[in-house]
Design a protein around this ligand. Sequence first.
Ligand code: ATP
Ligand code: MG
Length: 361
Amino acid sequence: MAPAIQAENLVKTFGDVRALDGVSLDVPEGTVLGLLGPNGAGKTTTVRVLTTLLRPDSGRAVVAGVDVLKHPNKVRSLIGLSGQYAAVDEYLTGFENLQMVGELYQMSAREAKARARELLEWFNLAEARDRIAKTYSGGMRRRLDLAAALVVRPPVMFLDEPTTGLDPRNRLALWEVIETLVEQGTTLLLTTQYLEEADRLAHDIAVVDHGRVIARGTADQLKAQIGGERIEVVVHRADQAAEAVAALSEYALGEASVEKNTRRITVPVSGGARVLADAIRELDARSIEIDDIGLRRPTLDDVFLSLTGHVTEAGTEENDGAGKGGRGRGGHGKGRAGEDGKDGGSGRGPDKQAVTAGKEL
Ligand SMILES: Nc1ncnc2c1ncn2[C@@H]1O[C@H](COP(=O)(O)OP(=O)(O)OP(=O)(O)O)[C@@H](O)[C@H]1O
Ligand SMILES: [Mg+2]
């Protein structure tokens, strides 16, 4: 069966910035692809090309069997899109916004109203249905925009950072809505900076950085790729962090990362509980006080760190979330900071990459 979304070698430059540097991907029908990457990686640009909003400099894309560059209008009738920035009509009520979308897509008035009511329920907006969207909070607008993308039940959906700016309850609710859609056969491409979200929703994950897909696989495959477990230690005194890293280096398979703010040290290891017990003895022998210690499987955060040499950022323009539950991280993993200098236009530098997302719940 042909994939529902297919991109081959997409290139798009904006002046000096190579936003897409040869993106290729495919999404089999009825599955979810998570496009995961930090700010400026090229996620939105990929979505804009695939949804006909932007012409690439070169490359090819086919969505729902239709060539995106040759037949953009046809493609538009087969897709739903919810962009990174909510696009709702401020002066219509929530209900009217949804009803209008239905009527634009040739539903009868009756059908459009019924669908609007159903979606307002789904997205916890029923109480606010008769207020104009101008009075909605950011998270409410976001949900209304997502609801609008679902009015016509398109076979292929694109959601650009669907849960950014949503509180935990609404994020969970949206995950459930997305899961329902997928059960009903919708093919979905969603972008996210939340590793946990990709892990939960996506059958397959493409990690993008600097306009390229740098890794592809299921969450489990990506985790297996970097292997090992992690020992995580929170030291009581910040001035003992360096000594703790030294103590753990004996067991480490790779470089330790240190989050200065939280005094958390993470070290890749193998050998399970035995290594943990040895590590505790070693820390104790050196009189290092610890607040917490544990062993865990690698997360997608670790995958990202190991693939790119830097962690993901929580901050986006609409949700500058550095202080919003993101975890500070000091280290830059394998120290490929030199490569970051290549892409001057992305506005990312090693110093900004100190906060991870995805652990907010
Ligand atoms: N219209 C534009 N004009 C100039 N540069 C652009 C334009 N759109 C995107 N870019 C640049 O292309 C690169 C990729 O941007 P894109 O919006 O695709 O990133 P993203 O992965 O969606 O990031 P974020 O997580 O912040 O949404 C960035 O360096 C960005 O500054
Ligand atoms: Mg974006």
